[in-house]
Design a protein around this ligand. Structure first.
Ligand SMILES: [Zn+2]
Length: 70
């Protein structure tokens, strides 16, 4: 992934769980720009929708909807 500002390849700095502090996002990834004249910090927020339980619930919901359509 490249820096938004200077297009240098970003360095991954770690993933942090924010599950307890945020309703919509479960995790944030930190990526920093190694370019000394830029040094931007990029944060990537991972939504809770990607959790397995939620996907399973959506699948069940889809099956229910399909069942009703028949
Ligand atoms: Zn940069």
């Amino acid at each position: 992934m490249k820096c938004w500002h200077c297009k240098t390849e970003l360095v991954w700095n770690g993933d942090y769980s924010i599950d307890d502090q945020d309703d919509d996002y479960q995790m944030v990834s930190h990526l920093t720009c190694p370019n000394k004249t830029c040094q931007c910090l990029t944060q990537v927020f991972v939504p809770k929708l990607l959790e397995k339980e939620t996907l399973k619930e959506r699948q069940v919901l889809l099956e229910v909807i399909k069942g009703k359509l028949k």
